[in-house]
Write a protein that binds this ligand. Structure first.
Ligand SMILES: *Cc1c(COP(=O)(O)O)cnc(C)c1O
Length: 398
């Protein structure tokens, strides 16, 4: 998945355009910037690529989620439904706004189980936030139907699924808002960065304002701009946007390489009795950034993960015991370890995460291994890796 693998002359060229003018900020200084508007250019190109009307670049994927929620008018006490398997940014962005994360089980798609979503809807629910983990997507038809029925906002976290599609449409473009991360290990990188896409003009205006202190961006004098709303600073710098612009030009090539490598790995594992794969919802196509497979039991999966490491296979992940991605590792969240006092609404409304039953999620996560799919592997390297993984897994299962 990581676009940093293909960092090169193109990135350096866009960055040096910015360095030559010295205007490292995305706004203003029109006369000094030699006509370079990297952030604006990225937004235009990315919106087009994502078949969406609007794109707003921001400083990270986490701030993309925060801005998207804010743009949708979500605030104190509003409940946002999110999965148990995700990245910590999901609950961070929700809680930042005083809203309340409601965690629910995943299914064999490794993303939100629509039935689990429907079961926790209350009058306070405002938004459903599926997270398209490890390159593949949630059942968006089912979630869209639930959201429409209950008048909820559908916000896609597509940070790990850039380039994947659902019914032929880009992931991220199907919900009311879609978020991406361009941090250093994502499919394309800005170094640090994020983006939000939407077709909703009002959301787009609010995003533009919220991520820059509420500025209305009317006229050419920043100091004279008015503030229709409170905001924050979640701006991206022009330097980071310049890196992203070069990476965006490479996206198609990245996706093509991922698909080829993924297919070799998958074919080799598919031949083994006892190996099954994560379900991709009908009409979906992964971005092939990870190959995710299940083994028959948790014990065998742990054994296989250990054996893979010992055999020298790098970048195979067992998320079940990983501190970033699964609820088991989020002791700080479960026990409210915040620096200051959390908003009353969060303290009162949040489920007790130490006692909530997530055995359905455990069932899938305990049996999941994910192999990262790198872009720069040679065909021989992928084949060797595929053979090695298959060999280790076979031995563990026999
Ligand atoms: C990386 C990631 C984020 C956050 O992105 P940052 O740019 O690192 O803040 C959010 N959600 C998911 C699923 C991610 O993988």
């Amino acid at each position: 998945m990581p676009g940093f693998e293909v960092f090169g002359a193109e990135e350096r060229k866009h960055v040096s355009d910015v360095l030559e003018s010295g205007v490292l900020m995305r706004y203003g200084f029109d006369g000094m910037r030699n006509g370079h508007w990297k952030a604006k250019e990225f937004e235009k190109a990315f919106a087009e690529k994502m078949q969406s009307q609007y794109c707003q670049l921001v400083s990270s994927g986490t701030s993309a989620l925060t801005c998207a929620l804010a743009a949708a008018g979500i605030g104190a006490g509003d409940e946002v439904i999110m999965p148990t398997f995700t990245f910590v940014a999901s609950f961070e962005s929700i809680m930042m706004l005083g809203a309340v994360p409601v965690l629910v089980d995943i299914d064999d798609t490794l993303t939100l189980d629509p039935k689990a979503v429907e079961a926790v809807i209350t009058p306070k629910t405002r938004c459903v936030m599926p997270v398209h983990m490890c390159g593949s997507m949630a059942d968006l038809n089912a979630l869209r139907a639930i959201c429409d029925k209950h008048g909820l906002i559908l916000l896609e976290d597509a940070c790990q699924a850039l380039g994947g599609t659902y019914n032929g449409e880009p992931l991220g473009s199907i919900g009311d808002l879609g978020c991406f991360s361009f941090d250093f290990v994502k499919t394309i990188t800005c170094g640090e960065g994020g983006g939000i896409i939407t077709n909703n003009k009002i959301y787009a205006e609010r995003l533009d304002q919220f991520q820059d202190h509420g500025h209305d961006h009317v006229g050419t004098d920043r100091g004279a701009e008015s503030h229709p709303t409170l905001g924050y600073n979640f701006r991206i710098s022009e330097l980071h946007a310049a890196v992203g612009l070069a990476q965006l030009e490479k996206l198609d090539g990245i996706l093509k390489a991922q698909k080829e490598h993924y297919t070799i790995l998958r074919d080799s594992l598919a031949a083994i009795d006892g190996v099954t794969f994560r379900r991709v919802p009908e009409g979906g196509e992964e971005n092939y950034s990870f190959l995710n497979f299940f083994l028959p039991t948790e014990a065998l999966t742990q054994k296989a993960h250990k054996a893979l490491k010992e055999a020298g296979v790098d970048a195979c992940f067992y998320w079940y015991t990983n501190n970033w991605h699964y609820i088991k590792g989020w002791e700080h969240l479960r026990n409210f370890k915040s620096l200051g006092r959390l908003p009353e609404e969060i303290q009162k409304q949040m489920q007790d995460l130490n006692t909530t039953d997530f055995s359905k999620s455990d069932y899938w996560m305990g049996r999941t291994i994910s192999s990262l799919v790198k872009i720069c592997w040679s065909e021989a390297e992928v084949k060797q890796r595929a053979a090695l993984i298959a060999d280790v897994v076979k031995k563990v299962l026999s």
